[in-house]
Design a protein around this ligand. Structure first.
Ligand code: GLP
Length: 241
């Protein structure tokens, strides 16, 4: 695990984007794993800047999102399909046909999870997976106690995660109770992992993930077992390291 501590959240975004750009330059048809939440937004903005000025060509890049809520329509502005379209596909001018999000509206969610796994396999696997981290150590929506072997499947969101994400919805009651998320096994199959975290609210989770025991009570701690995992944090998120 490589730990990179930077003075500010903005610098985390810039350096992480530089790392991703390098992957795409080495492999123009790279498969990226996308995370939602506020943590990676600066990365997407920095990448969009590079695609705008022509220094980065992402026309052959494809991407898979980590997760999606169950029970809200795709048109809902906070569905992850909508967030990915708004924050990533649009600004980076990615080919929308090459960007997939788990189908949280499927009638058969188990089958939707299996289809998603198959789609990732058919694309040749994820070259670089971007990750944020929940205050409780979740990655994707793999909440504490998630199996390290898990694949894309339905999960119940914890009350902590629902209240953390309430800021995106009109009221706390509007936050969905379930999601479809890549499993920890799925995430660990990516050839490279890049977890970003900013701000003091993430300090305890970052410390547990990086220096604590590898335990399903802190799902992000499984990154300690990945061959190529980088954790990029600002000084506030690194405060308890
Ligand atoms: C969300 C997402 C995760 C994200 C995490 C942190 O609920 N499902 O993929 O990494 O929680 O979110 P944020 O970056 O907004 O703090």
């Amino acid at each position: 695990m490589e730990i990179v501590i930077l003075p500010s959240a903005a610098e985390v975004g810039v350096l992480a984007a530089r790392k991703i750009a390098r992957v795409v330059r080495d492999k123009p048809d790279a498969v990226l794993g996308l995370a939602t939440g506020s943590s990676p937004l600066a990365i997407y903005a920095a990448l969009a800047e590079q695609t705008r000025d022509g220094s980065l060509d992402v026309s052959r890049v494809s991407a898979f999102a980590l997760d999606e809520y169950v029970g809200i329509p795709a048109e809902h502005p906070e569905s992850y399909a909508a967030v990915i379209a708004r924050e990533v596909t649009g600004p980076l001018h990615l080919d929308p046909a090459g960007v997939q999000v788990p189908d949280g509206r499927a009638v058969d969610l188990e089958a939707a999870g299996e289809r998603y796994e198959e789609a990732i396999r058919a694309a040749g696997g994820v070259d670089l997976q971007i990750l944020g981290i929940g205050a409780n150590g979740h990655v994707g929506f793999n909440e504490p106690t998630s199996s390290f072997a898990s694949r894309t499947r339905i999960k119940t969101l914890t009350e902590r995660t629902r209240s953390d994400n309430a800021r995106f919805f009109d009221s706390a009651d509007d936050v969905p109770t379930h999601c479809l998320t890549q499993g920890l096994g799925t995430i660990m199959d990516a050839r490279e992992l890049l977890l970003v975290a900013q701000g003091p609210a993430k300090a305890a989770a970052v410390a547990a993930a990086v220096e604590g025991p590898v335990t399903s009570m802190c799902p992000a701690s499984i990154l300690q077992h990945h061959r190529r995992a980088t954790i990029m944090v600002d000084e506030d998120a690194a405060a308890r390291l």
